[in-house]
Design a protein around this ligand. Structure first.
Ligand SMILES: [Zn+2]
Length: 240
């Protein structure tokens, strides 16, 4: 529940529903298991989408109210996209709450129905990036697959989540995220863990596939980018 968050935050308009082009309505007020603790916490980045979109807006002089990565991210996650996370941390380290922790934010899960089967059968190791598989095994020793990292069939049910808006270019350390973002992320995770389970992972740990809805490329994971030889994201900088 947002009201119990001790970390300073700005509440965003909670999405209640989205009208599709065909007239049907997707209702987002789907509770997770009522009053139950989430299993853990999942960290995301949108990749370069938000930062690139902001740069294009700024260059074209369009949408003056939406021309910083922060404003573009808020717009994307509160109005434009049909998927979103529980929280959002922008480059300045400011924290936004998109929806209540007891709602099921549509932030992860396999959109390709064959992917869960590939994980359960073990065949994912043959079709996913070998470099990524090696790093995944090192991070999750003895675990069978991404689908074995959570108890239900749906990670949206099991994880509270946050979106980190990336920098357009990595800094000198190779990081796509600012020290302020790492600081806020650590405080947020600690805060969320007072109410929910202790497991912390990235979207790339849950979805090893490449392509449209996958979270890996040839070098490994990019969401948020820790599972690669030259990481974009460093778990060691998240002090909980
Ligand atoms: Zn993600």
């Amino acid at each position: 529940m947002i009201s119990s968050l001790a970390t300073p935050f700005v509440p965003l308009r909670t999405l209640k529903s989205l009208k599709r082009k065909d007239g049907t309505e997707v209702v987002y007020r789907v509770p997770r298991r009522a009053n139950q603790r989430a299993y853990g916490f999942c960290v995301h980045t949108s990749g370069s989408g938000v930062a690139t979109r902001a740069a294009i807006f700024a260059r074209n002089g369009k949408n003056p109210a939406q021309d910083t990565p922060e404003e573009v991210a808020i717009w994307c996650y509160s109005a434009l996209w049909s998927y979103f996370t529980t929280y959002l941390i922008v480059n300045s380290g400011k924290l936004y709450a998109i929806c209540d922790e007891d709602l099921r934010a549509p932030h992860a899960g396999f959109t390709d129905p064959t992917h869960r089967g590939l994980c359960l059968s073990g065949a994912w190791r043959q079709v996913c990036s070998p470099a990524g598989v090696r790093l995944w095994d090192a991070r999750w020793p003895g675990r069978k697959s991404p689908a074995h990292l959570y108890p239900s069939r749906n990670p949206n049910e099991d994880f509270i989540s946050v979106e980190l808006v990336p920098l357009l270019k990595a800094d000198a350390t190779g990081s796509l995220f600012t020290p302020a973002q790492y600081g806020t992320l650590g405080r947020l995770i600690k805060d969320v863990q007072t109410r929910h389970g202790k497991v912390v992972l990235g979207h790339e740990d849950l979805n090893p596939f490449s392509g449209k809805h996958g979270r890996w490329d040839r070098s490994g994971g990019w969401d948020p980018g820790a599972l690669r030889a030259r990481p974009y994201f460093d778990w060691a900088r998240v002090v909980v």
